[in-house]
Design a protein around this ligand. Structure first.
Ligand SMILES: Cc1ncc(COP(=O)(O)O)c(C=O)c1O
Length: 389
């Protein structure tokens, strides 16, 4: 039987793999000892994993105070809580802005609110991987109350200028929620100095945590109403949700093995340094793009991404088929299809989807060389079969 090639995992924008050994060990340790502690029984013997995770995230994102970091199940959960909580109350019929760059975790909650007649929605087009602050400003109406958009695109690997967009929005008193699922752990983020009101992150991508963890930073707790209620282990005689952070939003038992892992993942990222991570990613991504560009039948959708994401198609082949050949013949695990960002695909590939290679700190130069060789060979074979038909 033919030996399978070793796996070259280039689907890190979906979820990073491998995880650092420290992350696996932290999850194991957190479950190895009985759960007990004063107050809420979600800490394990001796270690308060939740506080460790909160402080690690606050440090990495320059978020102050740490209690304004709230833990959730993932970025999608964070975005739902923030959007629903912000729109709760006296905002019926208001105008909300998002963009065609956005992921379904932003588009679907907002479209659902629009369908229910609770908001008016504008979806802005992008150019060169981002929506310009001028386009945002031109879309504002007197009743615009909220903008929600991705910091980084999971298809194009582009990063939006959320600083300038935030300034425009704040000049008009508009609330700004940023989806940082693709940027936390990849590029420096300084929430103390960014004009954003809330920033959602996920644990299992660039932060190297395990799936099922994430959270958000919220500058002004009173700006968003809680939409979940329940036990917090604090102020238990009160039959109402505490107003304090983070109990205002964190209800029920925490995913403490996940948070132990997330704390270890964030510490791992900090120990390497975001700058070193970003520099290596930039070098390897540039290499892949240079290589793929040498085949004339490969279309690359962003030739200068700011994140380690390379999306492409090979003329004459379906993206699913390219992904299949990459995996079966070369062991290269890519992601194919629509990547949960349907409006990006409408804009770049007529909605057919594309192949995405995405890297992490653990991706080696040798893996990049093998992946580039593999894609080029597939493209050359596609070219010769088109030529011979
Ligand atoms: C831009 C963007 N937003 C949101 C998400 C959703 O993240 P999660 O799976 O943590 O909910 C993703 C993940 O694919 C993403 O790429």
């Amino acid at each position: 039987m033919a030996k399978s090639p070793p796996i070259i995992y280039l689907n890190n924008a979906a979820t990073t793999w491998p995880k650092p050994p420290e992350v696996l060990e932290a999850a194991r340790q957190s479950l190895a000892l009985p759960v007990f502690g004063s107050g809420r029984t979600t800490g394990s013997q001796g270690e308060d994993y939740i506080t460790l995770a909160r402080e690690a995230l606050a440090g990495l994102l320059a978020a102050d105070p740490p209690e304004h970091i709230v833990f959730t199940q993932n970025a999608t959960d964070s975005l739902n809580l923030l959007i629903q909580g912000f729109l709760a109350g006296n905002k019926a019929g208001c105008h909300v802005i998002t963009t065609e760059l956005d992921h379904n975790s932003v588009l679907r909650p907002l479209h659902e609110f629009e369908r229910q007649g609770r908001i008016r929605l504008t979806v802005l087009p992008f150019e060169d991987g981002a929506v310009s602050p001028g386009v945002v400003e031109a879309a504002l109406t007197p009743d615009t109350r909220l903008m929600v958009t991705a910091h980084g695109s999971n298809v194009l690997g582009s990063v939006q200028d959320i600083h300038r967009i935030g300034e425009v929005l704040h000049d008009h008193g508009i609330f700004f929620i940023v989806d940082g699922a693709q940027t936390a752990g990849h590029i420096p983020i300084d929430l103390k100095n960014l004009p954003v009101d809330a920033y959602a992150f996920t644990g299992h991508k660039g932060l190297f945590g395990i799936p099922g963890t994430g959270g958000f930073y919220l500058r002004d707790p009173e700006s968003v109403a809680p939409v979940r209620y329940g036990g917090t282990g604090t102020d238990s005689f009160s039959l109402y949700q505490p107003r304090e952070m983070p109990e205002r939003f964190e209800t029920g038992t925490h995913n403490y093995p996940g948070l132990a892992a997330l704390a270890a993942g964030a510490d791992f990222v900090a120990s390497i340094g975001i700058t070193a991570i970003a520099e290596k990613a930039e070098r390897q991504t540039a290499f892949l793009i240079r290589e793929l560009k040498s085949e004339s039948n490969i279309t690359i959708y962003n030739e200068s991404p700011s994140l380690p994401i390379v999306s492409f198609n090979i003329r004459g082949l379906e993206n699913d088929d390219v992904g299949f050949i990459l995996a079966r013949a070369y062991g290269v695990i890519a992601r194919t299809g629509l990547h949960c960002a349907p409006l990006v695909h409408k804009a770049i590939d007529e909605g057919t989807g594309c192949v995405r290679l995405s890297l992490s700190w653990f991706t080696t130069d040798e893996e990049c060389r093998t992946a580039a060789r593999a894609v080029k060979e597939i493209a050359q074979n596609a070219n010769s079969s088109v030529g011979s038909s």
